[in-house]
Write a protein that binds this ligand. Structure first.
Ligand code: O7M
Length: 211
C-alpha cells in the first residue's frame, strides 16, 4: 500500500480546511508543518480531526532529549498521530521522540535524507545510512527519504527493511510518482495538490500510484 499524504503547507485556516475537506476522499493522511501550525496554532489538529485522517506533525524535532519529549507531548496532546524528527541530534534525542510517540499510540519518523539539492552538503558520506541505524536502534517507525533521488531510496530501503519510507519531493521538486511509488510506503505531496486550481482533481491524479 502506497499512501498519498497531503502536505498542507498553506497559512490560512479557512484555506487549509477547504483544501483538506475537498481532498479528504482522495488522500490517506495530512502532514502539517510549521507554515500552517505557526499560522493557525496547534489547535489545527483538532480542526482537521473531523476529516478522519491520520495527522502527521512535521516539526523535524531536533533538540536535546528532554526538550524533544516536551515538544512531542504537546504534539500528541493536540491530537496528532505521528511526529517527524531529525536524527542528527543523536540516538538519545530520537529515542525521546519515539518513546513519546509510542506512549500515545502514535508513530515517529526520522529524516534520513532530504530532497533538495543542498541537502547533499550534509546528508551524504554515510550519514543517511547511520541515521537508518539510529532508526533501528530506537524502534522508530520509519524514515523520510527523497523522491528526487530514487536510487537513494532504494539504497536506504535495503537498510531499513520493512520499516516505512515516506517520500517528499514529488511534483513541484521534480520527483516522479510512477517511479517512486513502488519503492515507498507514502508519497508526500504539497504544492502540486494544494496549489492547483482544483486540489481534489490534482489529488486524484495520484490515484494510479496508490496501491
Ligand atoms: O510537494 P512540495 O514540494 O510542495 O512539499 C514537500 C513537503 O515535504 C514540504 O512540506 C517539505 O517541507 C517536505 N519535505 C521536503 O520537501 N523534503 C524533505 O527532504 C523533507 C520534507 C519533509 O516532509 O520532511 C519531513
Amino acid at each position: 500500500m502506497t499512501e498519498l499524504i497531503l502536505s498542507l503547507d498553506v497559512t490560512g485556516l479557512k484555506e487549509a480546511l477547504r483544501i483538506a475537506g475537498a481532498c479528504a476522499p482522495e488522500i490517506d493522511a495530512i502532514k502539517v508543518g510549521y507554515p500552517l501550525a505557526l499560522a493557525a496554532g496547534l489547535g489545527i489538529a483538532g480542526e482537521l480531526a473531523g476529516f478522519g485522517l491520520p495527522l502527521i506533525a512535521d516539526f523535524k524535532v531536533a533538540d536535546i532529549p528532554n526538550t524533544n519529549t516536551l515538544i512531542c507531548e504537546q504534539v500528541f496532546a493536540a491530537g496528532f498521530s505521528a511526529v517527524i524528527a531529525q536524527g542528527f541530534p543523536g540516538p538519545d534525542s530520537v529515542a525521546a521522540c519515539v518513546e513519546a510517540a509510542h506512549a500515545h499510540g502514535g508513530e515517529c519518523y526520522v529524516v534520513a535524507e532530504m530532497s533538495h539539492p543542498g541537502a547533499l552538503t550534509f546528508f551524504s558520506a554515510g550519514v543517511p545510512e547511520r541515521l537508518c541505524e539510529i532508526v533501528a536502534e530506537t524502534g522508530a517507525d520509519g524514515i523520510i527519504a527523497p523522491a528526487t533521488r530514487p536510487e537513494r531510496v532504494r539504497a536506504l530501503r535495503a537498510l531499513i527493511g520493512k520499516k516505512k519510507i515516506l517520500s517528499p519531493g514529488i511534483g513541484a521538486q521534480g520527483g516522479d510518482p510512477a517511479e517512486i511509488a513502488p519503492l515507498v510506503d507514502g508519497m508526500i505531496v504539497g504544492r502540486s495538490i494544494y496549489g492547483a486550481a482544483d486540489p481534489a482533481a490534482a489529488a486524484r491524479t495520484y490515484a494510479p500510484y496508490r496501491r
